[in-house]
Design a binder for this molecule. Sequence first.
Ligand SMILES: Cc1cc2nc3c(=O)[nH]c(=O)nc-3n(C[C@H](O)[C@H](O)[C@H](O)COP(=O)(O)OP(=O)(O)OC[C@H]3O[C@@H](n4cnc5c(N)ncnc54)[C@H](O)[C@@H]3O)c2cc1C
Length: 509
Amino acid sequence: MDVDVVVVGAGPTGLMLAGELAQAGMRTLLLERRPEPSETAKAGGLAGQILQLLHYRGELDRFREACNGPARPEPAPRFPFGGLHLDFTQLEHPPMRAMLLPQPRLEGVLAERAIERGADVRRGHEAVTLHQDVDAVTVEVRGPDGPYEVAAHFLVGCDGGRSRVRDLAGIPFPGTSLPEIERLASVTVPDSVTVLDDGSLDVPGVGKIPFGYTATERGVFACSGLGGTMGVYTAEVEATEYDDDVPMTVAELSASVSRVLGIDLPLGEPLRMTRFGYSARQADAYRDGRVFLAGDAAHLFPAGGVAVNAGMLDAANLAWKLAGSVHGWAPPGLLDTYSDERRAAAERTLLHTRAQVALRRGYGPGGDALRALFLELTADEQPLRRLGALMAGTDVGAPMSEAHPLVGTFATDRALHVDHEDPRLAGVLRKGRPVLLDLTDRTDLRELAGQWDGRVDVVSATIDEPPADALLIRPDASIAWAATVDEPDETALPALREALTTWFGAPST
Ligand SMILES: Cc1cc2nc3c(=O)[nH]c(=O)nc-3n(C[C@H](O)[C@H](O)[C@H](O)COP(=O)(O)OP(=O)(O)OC[C@H]3O[C@@H](n4cnc5c(N)ncnc54)[C@H](O)[C@@H]3O)c2cc1C
């Protein structure tokens, strides 16, 4: 075997995966067909559960510092949702948070992290074809010095929505593509435009253009004059397939505004210009033998702001399972849980992103009424919480165990009864290994987990009102087992042993 795992594609998913695999001791080769990192403005930042996971890894500051110097505050938790804004500020522990970090810089940090940990990142190397048998998967690569082959235990296609790996593995990618283009831009405010206190714009010859979304028969328009710049958004039916690498121009945006809103909106200098078409698709399977899919190669969502989170969480879910298989301790069936778990998570994301399209596209009095009613409902805590968890990717379906409601869920602030970025849990998953988190000084449980020494870490922490006596947390921050408060040894010990064996194989000592 030349390497343990080949990762195809150096977007956020592949780079995250390469870093996780290398940290788990995998000889990791990352192939990227572009000779240089992409500078295309795509995602504007990180949002959702991945922020919590990076906090548990003790790495959040590293990503934050890449935003524009240290201590850049996270934006207020106020998010676009289907042509509306959801206001999470009213919640004590908002389930949805974000950190501004333009995708090229995010990829820069992830690449640095992967290389530091020992991954071999090769740019200008394209995966051309692959074949697999019971022992290995072999990929044929076209590199700057000519073609070559690499054999590995596993190969993961993180090669985006038009994934060649997916095609080569023959995995169908059913779903729908919308004949619609969205344009999102940030421009300087031209002298002729006055920004009003509420973020609305006053435009000569047009009048007041309200802050937020306006749905018309021809599409959706939104603007914001907050923060010293002008944010402009349009969505309209258009079947053109644009190349992501060809940036939108001010003239293109201006023409779109005039089609959707019927006005000539003065626009300043471009600061950030993006355009996207949307699809709602999911691969029928995320695995074919030794070949796996992750990120956009596995799923495409028809609304923004959630795809990077989903892809990086795919990577975190898969990496430790592949490492367990290569190291030889993975229990039977562990690798298949990747596809099951992450497909279920993507289904939940498809559910809310498809609903967002319907909400956004409704125009006329019916559409306005639907959005007004929806906003009324989200003024209440419970529906807002549920939507936030869906957007953050923490609502991934039914809990896995009747014994404890936390099992099968993500270790979120709310689940653990801690504040966001609670320092007691910073770095608790630093090594990328599972952790028995003892919250109530349970020597018995710690000693049992000690039998998985070298594979499972044992950490004690004291938190107010612990939700459980102890938690077994997987490297991807999913809770594999929990002891109820004051649970007796007679039930807690056998249940913990079973969970450890189910997820992390036979004891090492
Ligand atoms: C304009 C725009 C705005 C967006 N805004 C947001 C946002 O605000 N929030 C959000 O979460 N998401 C956003 N997205 C989506 C987000 O950018 C993608 O979901 C994300 O890039 C997917 O990451 P990935 O690593 O799975 O795939 P990609 O980023 O597509 O990376 C795939 C990589 O694989 C490489 N590759 C392909 N084929 C091969 C091959 N055969 N061999 C080697 N390498 C190969 C490609 O060159 C590419 O670098 C936006 C997308 C666009 C276009």
